[in-house]
Design a protein around this ligand. Structure first.
Ligand SMILES: Nc1ncnc2c1ncn2[C@@H]1O[C@H](COP(=O)(O)OP(=O)(O)OP(=O)(O)O)[C@@H](O)[C@H]1O
Length: 637
């Protein structure tokens, strides 16, 4: 076992608790489409039964032309009453031809019906499962994404839903076909000659035993193979996301090595599975071949000597013998499918475990049953003795979490600005995330307009808060789409006005296609300063009463910086603002400045008061203002 197998992923814990995943899949997603499913099953059944008609009639026809002495002139078929069958040879001939042709047409029509209905069922389930898992994934707490298992989630949404589809249309229908064929053929063989049928079918229990053994041995290997796929996906996703860093640090060969390891792990796990599959498939065919050979041997001796060999008794006609040989062949194909069915069954089981593992992850941050709505919030924000520690969603009980925010209280009246300064890791970003309820406080409470955040409808809260962060994410799409994100209905005029307020209008107009310019994946075709102004325009358009600003530390030219500064000033006017500032000049006018250190407020007041206090803030101010040149203790970056 390699190190890869021992790593735990956030899914593992929940996946292991999923009970009877395929039954659950069927009960939760299959029952809505029971019509398609049943139609598929019935059509499949009819098609398979009709496919047995031709060999049967062939046997009957042969015996009618070359009758054994004791059955001279007989023309019989299983199930069909003799009175319905013609007695003259020519009508018998035409009857056989018509029935065979009809059987082929019926098989073709019902195979088509079965294909369409089974696929509608399987793809319908796949579609609903995919949308549901995405919807659930979006509701998962931020804590889940902190573990950065994007590859795992992608695997669930793509590969796992696909595995379900394969199972639901292929494997499920093939197992029905298998059952129908084996039972149907066994029935016919027993009807024709029960003694030879016993000999022919003795291989079937052996095949079942062999298959059960295979399933038991293969299952753990399939599980390991599937997690290897997931890990490779995570690795690839991570490496591609970090391409710029890889290139700038010349780490291509290191990244290739990491991908190579993950890929080699998948290779090994796959070979583990294939070694078994390749033992299984020929094994099954060998058993089927032995059954055919023994039937041929016993039946051949019976016919050529004219007497039943060994303990057998009675007679065997040429027609029956031909039917035996043809149908024994027909058993091989569906039985050889068992390996695929088992393959797909194992995959689907592992996949639905992962899907339900994702669905079962509890969501801590969600709306109360009857949440308070904030239709027209004033934007009063209060932090009341707030304490918080990041906790791992998978952490065990004795896991000690480190306090990141420690008993912080302050309040901001509508329209006021509270600025957070402090050294890196002091907890400034965490303070902002708590207000947007990406995490819930452990102690104390945060209130908006007097309501505890945990009572407020999350959607209302997040609509009431606008966030402009250090990293500006843009979706692939046009500039206008990106400004409109969050205010989908806004007119192009409103978009333009917002861009003007954000000082983005000019550079957008200079682009070849203006507001219709596509920004490329994640906005890579724009500069950092341009992206930031688009984010500001987006927030202007959203027009929230509360603003959360995480000041960009990335260097932009002075002109851009001034433009951003002006647009932010316009944005913060009349809105309650919580801002992280690295350059103290930007927060001089803040109503309250909180100096945070290791999660605690160590100084508070406005700019003048803090300077007068001559503490940490004053020291940093003097450094930034160039009045002294001691290293800046409070430098946030
Ligand atoms: N998602 C997370 N999971 C666990 N711990 C975290 C997480 N995010 C931050 N932390 C930890 O919480 C502490 C506070 O981090 P935070 O990002 O709030 O600091 P900050 O003051 O904003 O720092 P900076 O100025 O560098 O952005 C740090 O010790 C950090 O390691």
């Amino acid at each position: 076992m390699s190190a890869y197998d021992e790593e735990e992923t956030p899914f593992d814990a929940y996946r292991e608790r999923v009970d009877r995943p395929l039954t659950r899949l069927f009960m939760e997603y299959g029952t809505d489409r029971l019509g398609w499913f049943s139609a598929g099953m019935v059509a499949n059944f009819v098609a398979r039964m009709a496919s047995l008609v031709a060999p049967l009639l062939l046997g009957t026809a042969i015996d009618a032309v070359f009758p054994p002495p004791e059955r001279a002139g007989e023309f019989t078929l299983p199930v069909v009453p003799n009175a319905w069958l013609p007695v003259e040879q020519m009508p018998q001939f035409w009857f056989s031809v018509t029935a065979i042709a009809l059987a082929f047409v019926v098989t073709a029509i019902f195979t088509w019906i079965y294909g369409v209905t089974a696929n509608l069922f399987a793809h319908g389930v796949m579609h609903t499962v995919r949308v549901d898992s995405f919807e659930k994934m979006q509701r998962l707490d931020q804590t889940f994404f902190d573990d950065k298992q994007t590859g795992e989630v992608m695997a669930v949404l793509n590969n796992d839903t696909q595995n379900l589809e394969m199972f639901l249309d292929n494997a499920l229908m093939n197992s029905l076909r298998l059952i129908v064929m084996v039972l149907g053929i066994a029935g016919v063989l027993f009807y024709l000659n029960w003694q030879l049928a016993l000999i022919t079918l003795v291989a079937v229990p052996l095949m079942v035993g062999f298959t059960l053994w295979f399933m038991r041995v293969a299952e753990p290997r399939y599980v390991r193979q599937r997690s290897a796929v997931a890990r490779l996906n995570t690795r690839l996703e991570n490496s591609i996301a970090g391409m710029e860093l890889t290139k700038t640090t010349a780490n291509e060969s290191y990244e290739t090595e990491r991908v190579r390891k993950a890929s080699k792990n998948l290779f090994d796990r796959t070979i583990d599975v294939l070694k078994l599959t390749y033992l299984y498939r020929p094994g099954m065919e060998l058993l089927a071949g032995v059954s055919f050979a023994v039937t041929f041997l016993v039946g051949g001796l019976w016919l050529t000597t004219g007497t039943a060999p060994g303990p057998l008794s009675g007679s065997l006609s040429v027609g029956d013998f031909v039917v035996f040989l043809m149908l024994t062949q027909r058993i091989v194909a569906p039985l050889a499918e068992v390996s695929n069915i088992v393959d797909q069954y194992e995959n689907a089981k592992a996949s639905s475990e992962r899907i339900f593992g994702l669905m079962d992850i509890p969501v801590a941050i969600q709306d109360d049953e009857d949440p308070v709505s904030l239709p027209d919030p004033d934007g009063r924000v209060e932090y009341d003795s707030v304490s918080f520690a990041y906790d791992d969603i998978m952490a065990d009980e004795d896991h000690e979490a480190e306090t990141v925010i420690d008993d912080v209280s302050f309040s901001a009246e509508p329209g006021e600005m509270v600025a957070l300064v402090g050294p890196t890791g002091a907890g400034k970003s965490t303070m902002l995330k708590l207000l947007m309820r990406l995490y819930d406080v452990d102690d104390g409470e945060i209130r908006v307009d007097g309501h505890d955040l945990r009572d407020v409808a999350i959607e209302d809260l997040r609509e009431a808060t606008g966030y402009v962060g250090q990293e500006t994410f843009l979706f692939d799409g046009t500039i206008a789409d990106n400004i409109r994100y969050g205010s989908q209905e806004a007119s192009i005029d409103a978009v333009r006005e917002a861009a003007k307020a954000a000082e983005a209008h000019e550079f957008i107009q200079d682009l070849e296609e203006g507001y219709d310019t596509r920004v490329g994946e994640r906005g890579v075709k724009l500069s950092g300063g341009q992206r930031q102004r688009i984010a500001i325009a987006r927030t202007v358009l959203q027009d929230p009463p509360i603003l959360v600003l995480d000041e960009a530390t990335s260097a932009v030219d002075t002109e851009t910086e001034l433009a951003i500064q002006r647009s932010i000033e316009r944005l913060t006017a009349d809105r309650t603002t919580l801002a992280i500032a690295h350059r103290l000049s930007t927060i001089r006018d803040a109503d309250t400045i909180l100096v945070l250190e290791a999660g605690e407020v160590v100084e508070r007041g406005d700019h003048e008061q803090l300077l007068a206090e001559d503490g940490r803030y004053a020291a940093l101010w003097n450094v930034q203002a160039g009045q002294i040149d001691e290293p800046a203790e409070l430098s946030g970056d």
